[in-house]
Design a protein around this ligand. Structure first.
Ligand SMILES: O=C[C@H](O)COP(=O)(O)O
Length: 253
């Protein structure tokens, strides 16, 4: 089954109204492969979601960077999945390592969030990835398998899930995983899905890579058989994000 290339831009906690408008203008003016070839989703901070949605070209989509684990209510500071649906926001990023580490989101909590967001009709970019210490101790696969299992335990329909493998040591460090390192983990993750979920889910679920992806390294990473796209942080705020979107064409060559 063909997996459409996916490029997400995670703007994290960055931007003013003017900066956001400038980024959107750059995206809107860009010549990129068609929607049949690449799915593009940008994720501004909550406060800019509706602005970006209203200005952004119709072939690109928006994602929230988080949502609450269950139905909204007395949860000060949180944003519910229902609210995102109400605003017409189709995607949400869940389980980013910054939230896992800085806000102590556990594997189980992330699994619950993914399941709840899906139940409300959102599409989910679910993030997993090991720390440097975990990689150096040889536990990369055990860590990402446990993170994926916590999601798989709660999710029955994977058709609206994109799995983002983001090694923590590569995030915002300029220290990108080598294409071989990314491929190795993506291939193992696909095998894990095959053995623990189903052959169909393994074949159809997009596994994207995140961690210091830029205009210079994206093509070589995109050429890896099990790399189905990217979740881009820093470079998604810059014009080189367009080059990363264009890396989708590598898959067609
Ligand atoms: O969600 C995106 C990742 O955290 C990657 O961020 P980065 O491209 O700035 O390393």
């Amino acid at each position: 089954m063909a997996r459409k290339f996916f490029v997400g831009g995670n703007w994290k906690c960055n931007g003013t109204t003017e900066e956001v408008k400038k980024i959107v203008t750059t995206l809107n003016e860009a010549e990129v492969p068609s929607e049949d070839v690449v799915e593009v989703v940008v994720s501004p901070p909550f406060v800019f979601l509706t602005l970006v949605k209203s200005l952004l070209r119709s072939d690109f989509h928006v994602a929230a960077q988080n949502c609450w684990v269950r139905k909204g209510g007395a949860f000060t500071g949180e944003v519910s999945a229902e609210m995102l649906v109400n605003l017409g926001i189709p995607w949400v990023i869940i389980g980013h390592s910054e939230r896992r580490s800085l806000l102590s989101e556990s594997n189980e909590f992330v699994g619950d969030k993914v399941a709840y967001a899906l139940s409300q009709g959102l599409k989910v970019i679910a993030c997993i990835g090991e720390t440097l210490e975990q990689r150096e101790s040889g536990s990369t696969m055990a860590v990402v398998a446990a993170q994926t299992k916590a999601i798989a335990d709660k999710v029955t329909n994977w058709s609206n899930v994109v799995l983002a493998y983001e090694p923590v040591w590569a995030i915002g460090t300029g220290k990108v995983a080598t294409p071989a390192q990314a491929q190795e983990v993506h291939c193992e993750l696909r095998k894990w899905l095959h053995d623990n979920v189903s052959a169909e889910v393994a074949a159809s679920t997009r596994i994207i890579y995140g961690g210091s992806v830029n205009g210079g390294n994206c093509k070589e990473l995109a050429a890896q058989a099990d790399v189905d796209g990217f979740l881009v942080g820093g470079a998604s705020l810059k014009p080189e994000f367009i080059d990363i979107i264009k890396a989708a064409t590598v898959k067609k060559n």
